[in-house]
Design a protein around this ligand. Sequence first.
Ligand code: RFL
Length: 396
Amino acid sequence: MPVSERTRILIVGAGPAGLVLGNLLRAADITCVIVERQSRAHVEQRGRAGFLAPDVVRVLDENGLAKGLHAAGQLHGTCAFRGEHGQFELNYGELGQRQVHTVYPQQQLVADLIAEFLDRGGDIRFGTTVTAMHGLDGDSPSIDCRETDGRTYRISGEYAAGCDGQHGVALRQMPAGAAQGFRRYHGVTWLAILAQAPPSMTAVTYAVHDRGFAGHMARSATVTRYYLQVPRGEAPGDWSDARIWDELGTRMRTGEYGPLREGPILERATVDLSSAVSVPMQYGRLFLAGDAAGLISPSAAKGANLAIVTARTLAVALTDALARDDQRGLARYSDACLPRMWHAQEFSHWMVNLLHGPAADGEDAAFMRLLQRARLVSLRDLRSHQDYFAENYVGI
Ligand code: RFL
């Protein structure tokens, strides 16, 4: 296919990573094209993350991308743990580095970032799938694009950014041996639920129960996210609204702590809690950012945060390369991002073990359940554990 267009930076994917990258490049007056296979309406309604770390809010602030977030986001600094031995709250805003989250639904942030990118004269192609990438080891990479009506064309650029998640095209274009992919399924699957209902509690609440984990997280005054641990392979359609509320009520021990504020279930999807890291996160002129570079289980709410900070690191490196002919940031892009990624993976893994007991029966499983209980007691009682939790829960 002949090249029909040229730009400077080719960005695949309009999630938080691709959009932050695009906005920062436009602020530096660097031309780029973002190619997104979904429609604009789809990405602006896709409910996912909601908890943003202060470092991430700062990145958005410094780059003029936080207006909506400051207008509608809510500060949040407390979480609660419920179990058979009662409930305790951690006011993490007063522990560790004394930092709090800003709760702002990811889809609203995505909508803000799209509007701002267009305001900055950005070029974004919705409903267009990147089917292949070429010339990544040369100095003029290109991407093949296919629109929904079947029209195809090729765009070439100076660098390419894979911001298209774990199931996108960019990771698959890394030649065998160019990077090692480290992967792990944590042995836990969640039914992720979005309910058209106000939050039931003032804090994020993690419930540990013999039937499995249940979680509650506010998203806005009218929408709440819940999680239920379910067996792997369970079909989301098997979970009727009534069954979801019933099971949430049991695991959240509503008999002791009061009822949940119920409402229609807007979305239900199963998520296998898994992690994946690409080492390195770059090959030739292709750079991975966000979930494409490293997937993290949602147990510690880090994914969107990591996506935004890696995109910022990449934007600075690309700007240095293009505006100042300084390639050093690009050369060490992976080395700059990987320690943060592994640190987040470690904490997320710690959270998986804190929140989930083994589903199995038997001596070993019973031992592990008692260890889990001891871990919760230690978090309830030891200030050093609470500081560790707070620092890592909010930090990025
Ligand atoms: P995204 O947001 O997945 O965007 C990638 C985009 O690439 C597009 N794409 C393509 N476009 C063109 N051609 C192709 N061949 C393409 N292939 C893919 C896709 O359509 C998509 O629009 O990746 P990005 O930008 O790296 O951002 C990552 C975050 O979205 C993700 O890490 C978070 O949502 C994870 N996550 C959470 N993170 C947090 O920080 N806090 C949370 O509270 C939180 N909760 C969650 C979450 C993820 C969840 N799911 C999806 C498992 C809750 C859930 C349920």
